[in-house]
Design a protein. Structure first.
Length: 156
């Protein structure tokens, strides 16, 4: 095979690979919001950010608040756990990112009552991804695999 043919084949394969990546990203999801729980530096940074901005409500060890499934006297749900006992892993990366950045009330709509603030003016997109990557890094492998499959379905 000539060098030109090899170069053309390589360019075609590369173009197809890039196209697949972009096809699988929903239109309303900022590029770069995929969680990276295997990136040690990002997870370490995310842990520090979590301790400052999230641990007060969601717990130092992701345990959430007691009775997190029951509304309080004012109609608010306590902060849920972000470990495997909660429902965080039931949501795709893109939705977790939006809930954190834009706020739960904005994403849920309908006057949803929540004490969780939007972090758009507090954390950068990369900091949000770092926090969420830290959270995912703490899930058992079976839960992480289920979450990965959820992300694949959400991307279709």
């Amino acid at each position: 095979m000539s060098r030109t043919a090899v170069a053309l084949l390589l360019a075609t394969v590369l173009s197809a690979a890039v196209g697949i990546v972009y096809v699988n990203i929903p239109d309303d999801v900022p590029v770069g919001t995929a969680l990276r729980p295997d990136n040690a530096k990002l997870v370490s940074d995310g842990h520090q950010i979590y301790l400052v901005h999230c641990a007060e409500c969601h717990g130092k060890n992701l345990e959430g608040q007691p009775n997190w499934r029951r509304r309080d006297a004012e109609g608010y749900l306590p902060a849920p756990p972000h470990d495997e006992t909660g429902h965080t892993w039931h949501h795709a990366d893109a939705l977790l990112f939006r809930m954190t950045k834009d706020g739960l009330a904005e994403v849920a709509g309908g006057g949803y009552k929540t004490r969780m603030p939007a972090y758009a003016d507090i954390l950068s997109d990369e900091e949000i991804v770092a926090v969420l990557s830290y959270i995912k890094s703490r899930w058992p492998e079976t839960i992480r695999e289920r979450h990965d499959r959820l992300n694949q379905r959400a991307a279709r």
